[in-house]
Design a protein around this ligand. Structure first.
Ligand SMILES: Nc1ncnc2c1ncn2[C@@H]1O[C@H](COP(=O)(O)OP(=O)(O)OP(=O)(O)O)[C@@H](O)[C@H]1O
Length: 247
């Protein structure tokens, strides 16, 4: 799917989500261009995962529009959407009964092939080759997370959507996953929900901050750091800590 640089690959106009009469997200406007790296931040319960589900078509917009590649998300057949979006959940369920290689091969499902080259490259990049024949259920949380990222990379989707991909990783693995994500192809658009503000600062150019189901900030990391939004979202101590680390 080719999208000109100036256009939005993802565009939300006044989008909202209601579940059982409760508004989880409302009035969200957003434009993410191809190749952009967007961090979605906000306090617990702000609506970040709800936004991810909206982009994945798991939630229907109850208001406004959600477009990917100029088309409404709800108009995509499931397989076509799967070809476009590589999704990495917070933590892959422990009971997956497949081997690592089989699971990464499933990343090719939407393409209808098992392209060994794409699978091997993804496994190599995330360094899961050493346990390729192990059953996923026997892996640690961090190892499973890397396998999930490998499957999303094998998918060769133009959009990677990650919901707190570092949440269950030890400090060394976090650095490793950050390195891998930094190395994804230039044209890949990356959207990551994260509570790791250091990572946001280092590796993202665009930030969407949500609060209580609405947009609190949409702009560059530089502008976010220059303003008061982080303090308002998380408390001034967070700002102080980040400030100290930045200097
Ligand atoms: N299916 C649902 N029915 C009712 N309320 C829901 C549903 N899903 C989420 N919520 C509520 O919507 C709000 C936003 O949830 P969401 O999971 O999007 O938050 P989040 O920003 O991802 O939070 P966290 O940082 O804790 O993961 C929360 O108050 C949550 O309890």
């Amino acid at each position: 799917m080719e999208v000109a640089m100036s256009e939005c690959l993802i565009e939300l106009c006044d989008a909202g989500v209601q579940v059982s009469g409760k508004e989880l997200l409302g009035g969200v406007n957003l434009c993410v261009t191809q190749g952009e790296h967007l961090a979605v931040i906000g306090p617990n319960g702000a609506g970040k995962s709800t936004l991810v589900k909206l982009l994945l078509g798991m939630h229907k917009a109850s208001a406004g529009t959600v477009q990917i590649g100029g088309r409404d998300v709800s108009s995509y057949p499931r397989r076509e959407l799967a070809r476009m979006i590589g999704y990495v959940p917070q933590l892959l369920a422990a009971e997956v009964p497949y081997t690592v290689r089989e699971f990464v091969e499933m990343g090719r499902y939407a393409h209808g092939d098992r392209d060994a080259k794409a699978v091997d490259e993804a496994m190599e990049l995330v360094e899961v080759g050493e346990f390729s024949e192990r059953v996923v259920a026997t892996l640690s949380g961090g190892e499973r997370q890397r396998v999930c990222i490998a499957a999303a990379l094998a998918q060769e989707a133009p959009l990677l959507l990650l919901d707190e991909p570092l949440a269950h990783l030890d400090p060394g693995q976090r650095i490793e996953v950050q390195r891998v994500l930094r190395g994804v192809r230039e044209e890949v658009t990356l959207i990551a929900v994260t509570h790791d503000l250091g990572w946001m600062q280092r590796d993202f150019e665009h930030v969407l901050a949500l609060q209580a189901g609405g947009v609190k900030f949409d702009g560059s990391v530089r502008d976010l750091m220059a303003g008061e939004v982080l303090g308002e979202l998380f408390g001034s101590a967070v700002m102080d800590q980040l400030g100290r680390r930045l200097v």
